[in-house]
Design a protein. Sequence first.
Length: 340
Amino acid sequence: MTNSHLHSALELLGWSDFFADQVKPTEVDLVPRRVASVHRARIEAIDVTGQVKLELPANANTADFAVGDWVLADPRSDMLVSRLDRKTLFQRRPEVGRGQQLVAANIDTLLIVTSCNANFSTDRLERYLIMANQAGSNPVIVLTKADTADDVGRFQAQAEVLQRDLPVVALNGRSADASFALRLWCGVGQTVALVGSSGVGKSTLVNTLAGPASHAKQKTGTIREYDAQGRHTTTARSLHAIPGGGWVIDTPGIRTLYVSDVTDGIDTLFANITELAPLCRFRDCTHAHEPGCAVQAAVKGGTLAADRLERWRSLLAENRNRTPVISGPRGNKTVRKKKY
């Protein structure tokens, strides 16, 4: 396979100049592979030939890798040599521990899935939007089980006002029409990841997007109808091909999503507050009681909802309280790129 044909084949997997520019002259004999699934003791990958082995060095920790990562491997031994820098990264901080849990990498679009029933929560959606903004991926709200709801428009209206220019798609995840509804984000070489709580139909939607020919069907489960709570049917993150050239990453349901170290994500979600802040009389205005506060003026004028300001204040406080303070020599934080 010539270099041009190899490059074109890699682009179908999501490869781009962003990754190609990272390959050093001394690494041209290594082959790019994309992480397809991460397990406790092994990592599975794909390349232009299909599914391939990925041998791990003795010092490798699978927790340092995310589905969607691009790595360089030795084609003779299948040994992982290094991981390329990520274009985007969706991660979360668990309730216990100081580290971040990697969810998915190099995502173009994050499909935030909820259902048109008791599972629908604007508070939860705001938290997912913050994480999507922080990851650097484009968020899309996907409302599943639209075929069972009496008033889908009510759910859509509540979701659309959460963030400026936010796409909201209502669908039946079991219908073939779901793939058509999401076609704008599932083009050739594009990667989407599905996140949301258990029972909202993520695995069902993955199976629909992957099509009947997929060899890696995701298990689906039932929910309790009275509170729309589901059981975890996806236990590991995995990458699946979409007919037509895209890729979809399924993730286990997240019961509790905390905000931590996501100031930029909050600023994007609450852009109407962020953009007013420079107009306040005082640079350190808390938007609570200071004279000349442009944010409070907007609330009084009816152009900014008071409850939205309260949610902004609450999420900002949670982010501040849950973000670990990293100390080092003279207070400096040192980040080292790990190579395997």
